[in-house]
Design a protein around this ligand. Structure first.
Ligand code: GRF
Length: 239
């Protein structure tokens, strides 16, 4: 077996993708060790899945942080190395019809949360960060502090649609509403946009005329559990 890579994971919910990656790693199907699981959401069952597998966990409670930011953000609350102009120029998450004030609030509040994530992660030696159902976008503040080698992507995400179709939060819902006859999932690297980074792997499934949204989600998740470990192995093989 090749040298194992250290993988950090971030989740927001049930963690069935995390479980698939834990299983593949414990069964030596991939050359990867999971070194931590972080969540933006306290009390989710994905954290229990990690703890059961003896993986260290932490929570950065985004909702709490964002609510507190809504009461006002002082410069002292921001990370010392936060540069609003730089992040604003790089970011491709918020469109031009959003006011400057809203964009600034979004970037500042997320950077405050992201700094806490980075602090928690800093104690681990990590080759790859895997977003396994992490339902928060990441700003250039965070991305630039993980992707420190130019041209080398180190953050992977799974998206519940065949990108570039149906980016956003409801890939299977959008696939269903559009009446697609094929659905799928995509693993891609994270760049400054939402679901726009280079594609690593995809899996498709057929949608029958009488399939419900729940059928589509079930078919899709099954494909995700196969695809994610494979893409992590592809990354490990590329090092
Ligand atoms: C998956 O469908 C994933 O594609 C999406 O959120 C869902 C997470 O499921 N981003 P789980 O937490 O891995 O069970």
């Amino acid at each position: 077996m090749a040298k194992k890579i250290n993988v950090g994971t971030l989740i927001s919910g049930g963690g069935t993708n995390l479980q698939a990656i834990i299983d593949a790693s414990l069964e030596n199907k991939i050359d990867a060790n999971i070194v931590f699981t972080g969540s933006d959401n306290p009390g989710v069952s994905g954290l229990e899945r990690a703890q059961k597998a003896d993986i260290e966990t932490f929570v950065v409670d985004y909702s709490k942080i964002i609510s507190s930011c809504k009461k006002g953000i002082n410069d002292a609350d921001l990370p010392e190395d936060f540069d609003l102009k730089e992040i604003q120029t790089k970011q491709q998450l918020v469109t031009s019809d959003t006011s400057n004030e809203q964009v600034a609030f979004f970037l500042k509040s997320r950077a405050i949360a992201e700094k806490k994530l980075l602090d928690q992660m800093s104690v681990y030696d990590m080759d790859l960060l895997v977003l396994a159902g992490f339902m928060r976008v990441l700003t250039p503040y965070f991305i630039d502090r993980i992707n420190t080698t130019p041209g080398k992507y180190k953050i992977m995400n799974i998206h519940p649609a065949l990108l570039p179709s149906f980016p956003g939060t409801d890939g299977y819902g959008d696939t269903f509403s559009y009446g697609c006859k094929v659905g799928g999932c995509t693993v891609h690297f994270i760049d400054y946009g939402e679901d726009t980074g280079p594609i690593i792997g995809q899996k498709a499934f057929t949608i029958e005329d009488n399939d419900t949204l729940d059928d589509i989600k079930a078919k899709g998740l099954k494909k995700e559990w196969e695809l994610y470990p494979r893409c992590i192995q592809k990354f490990a093989d590329s090092l």
